[in-house]
Design a protein around this ligand. Structure first.
Ligand SMILES: [Zn+2]
Length: 441
């Protein structure tokens, strides 16, 4: 991914003498442990205090108890200035061409360990970190340019954020994400935002659009069905996990960037797409699929994008009616017809786990979105709308807060509806074919 000389830099060897302690009853702080690699060490919480003026930050990271003496994080091009456990400076080493991975020596512990990491960060304007235009964008695996992190999609942690120091405008971010979330969900955005209130759902969730002064009309258009859509998903899929206020924030991604990013609870939608009813509902639906249930491997991308692309149509058909939903499905039909003619076609669901690079290997295409939506619609036409709704609800209830794969979804559909969709998934998702639209055979 990154070229450059391959030098392991030992930037700091903890000079701390032991005995300082920290008062943690489960930790023997009198022993200093050498840096060790452990990318499996469970991260429980990530608390970030970010200063935009000085481009510095403090990450306070809580690790689960473990006998391991290592803890490793992706750090991109961060400049680590100190790693501490209480009063004790810990030994660490940065490896890779320009850092990239931080290995820390930590004591084995029967209690959670709270590491405090101070660092500097740089701006990145290629959808890979903190952009000078004020937003963060780290999907799929660029969180290391913003904070010490784990970018595997299955990894979840709670987050607490504070972001200060913007030269102008307000910093918009969730102070807390108290349900386990994937790394890319930790995000902020700076701008002169006006809050367009869209009311409350039946469950009491407040829904809004945040837009710039010139974007009021587009925000009202794009948010026209957002509250009833969110309400429908809360009522029919299950309780939302990421807070009591949600909504779309207009992101200054540039005129050619059409789309959104599921930074719940304040997901970002590019200014060019702000008025798009479908994209606003698509991003909202990621609160249940992709975020609420994380994907196990990038190969399971269709479980996130195919499911929410289907839900975009399904939910709007319910709350807005055919006049809004039908054109959205017609757009997907145009796309699938192009794929049938060989344009933009691809495998939606590769049958490996952890081997595909979501960007470099071409999986981040429209195939998982469009073929995924057609797969779900084929199942719906076979088993009936209420049956598929029930399967989606059961799946979310079972896997919310965890990682799951598309195979798990097929299993739940079989269990709930009595119809085994494996052959239908094979045709739509696993092979390169583009089946005829209509019910699963
Ligand atoms: Zn999406």
């Amino acid at each position: 991914m990154r070229s450059g000389s391959c030098v392991a830099l030992v930037l700091a060897l903890g000079a701390a003498c032991g005995g300082g302690g920290g008062g943690d009853p489960g930790v023997d702080a009198t022993v200093i442990y050498p840096p060790a690699t452990d990318l499996e060490r469970d991260v429980v919480d990530t608390t970030l205090a970010v200063d935009l003026a000085t481009r510095t930050a403090r990450a306070t990271i809580t690790l689960a108890p473990s006998t391991s003496t290592g803890a490793s994080f992706e750090i991109g091009d961060l400049t680590i200035t100190s790693v501490r456990l209480g009063e004790t400076a810990l030994q660490y080493v940065e490896t890779g061409p320009v850092g990239e991975r931080l290995d820390i020596g930590v004591p084995p512990s029967t209690e959670p360990l709270v590491l405090v990491i101070d660092y500097g960060w740089n701006f990145h304007n290629s959808s890979n970190g903190v952009a000078t235009a004020g937003y963060t964008l780290t999907w799929p695996y660029h969180c290391g340019n913003v904070f010490p992190c784990r970018s595997e999609p299955a990894d979840g942690t709670t987050f607490h954020l504070s972001v200060d120091g913007a030269a102008t405008g307000m910093e918009l971010y969730p102070a807390a994400i108290t349900g386990d979330a994937p790394s890319y969900m930790a995000a902020w955005i700076v701008g002169d935002f006006t809050r367009l209130d869209l009311g409350q759902t039946t469950a009491g969730t407040r829904v809004a659009m945040w837009h710039r002064a010139t974007e009021g009309t587009q925000a009202a258009m794009g948010g026209a069905y957002l509250r009833p859509s969110f309400d429908w998903m809360e009522q029919h899929l299950g309780p939302y996990r990421f807070g009591s206020e949600v909504g779309t924030v207009s992101a200054n991604w540039g005129a050619s960037a059409y789309g959104g990013m599921e930074h719940h609870p304040y997901w970002h939608v590019g200014r060019a797409a702000l008025s798009d009813v479908g994209i606003n509902v698509h991003e909202a639906a990621h609160g249940w699929f992709g975020n609420g249930v994380r994907i196990r491997c990038w190969e399971d991308f269709v479980l996130s994008e195919g499911t929410v692309e289907f839900l975009m149509w399904r939910v709007l058909d319910e709350v807005a009616g055919a006049s809004v939903a039908d054109p959205l499905w017609a757009g997907l039909t145009t796309e699938v017809d192009r794929m049938r003619n060989g344009q933009g076609n691809g495998v939606a669901w590769p049958q490996s786990c952890g081997e595909v690079d979501i960007l470099d290997d071409g999986l981040f295409s429209r195939a998982p979105y469009v073929k995924g939506a057609f797969f779900y619609r084929a199942v719906e036409q076979r088993v009936g709308r209420a049956q598929l709704d029930a399967a989606l609800r059961t799946f979310y209830g079972r896997y919310a807060g965890q990682a799951a794969g598309m195979a798990d979804m097929l299993g739940v559909i079989t269990e709930v509806t009595g119809f085994d969709p494996t052959a239908c998934a094979q045709a739509w998702l696993v092979s390169m074919t583009v089946p005829a639209a209509g019910a699963c055979p």
